[in-house]
Write a protein that binds this ligand. Structure first.
Ligand SMILES: [Cu+2]
Length: 158
């Protein structure tokens, strides 16, 4: 009985380790060409967040809806400026992983400093890991709750 319980624990811990730390080769995709049409208006970008994989070639088409707006990518130190009604292009390779702010680099009005977007370069493996860990936690708690009951019942006369 004791050894079986120990074995269940071992399997449980192994599963935890696998989900938490083993790299996910299937998710790793080849670099792609990604094109985003980003509309800039006072005082936001739409979409507000761009998500790409490391190594992707990113094309941003910046469209200004009202006044002159810019788009500066923190960390990459590149920018583009679009006149009202115009579309300007910014192309770069996403070779740095992490989260980077997109900022308007043209003073476009009172709330200009708050005109901020986000570029995320990275695979969303943490999401899959957290889902996996949640499933294992549920499974594990079922095993832990279930085992003592099974072991007790034959031995005790209540
Ligand atoms: Cu602006």
């Amino acid at each position: 009985m004791g050894s079986r319980r120990w074995l269940v624990w071992l399997v449980f811990l192994l599963m935890l380790g696998v989900v938490a730390f083993v790299p996910l080769p299937a998710v790793r995709s080849l670099p792609q060409e990604r094109t985003f049409r980003v509309e800039a208006s006072q005082y936001a970008y739409s979409p507000g967040e761009l998500r790409v994989n490391p190594g992707d070639r990113v094309n941003i088409e910046l469209v200004s809806v009202d006044v002159v707006h810019g788009l500066y990518v923190d960390g990459y130190d590149i920018s583009v400026i679009a006149d009202p009604g115009q579309t300007e292009h910014l192309t770069f390779i996403a070779d740095r992983s992490g989260s980077f702010r997109l900022r308007c680099n043209v003073t476009c009005g009172a709330m200009h400093p708050f005109m901020i977007g986000k570029l995320t370069v990275g695979e969303n493996t943490s999401l899959w890991r957290s889902i996996g860990l949640a499933i294992i936690a549920v499974f594990g708690s079922m095993v832990i709750i279930g085992l003592p009951a099974n072991q007790k019942s034959p031995g005790r006369t209540v």
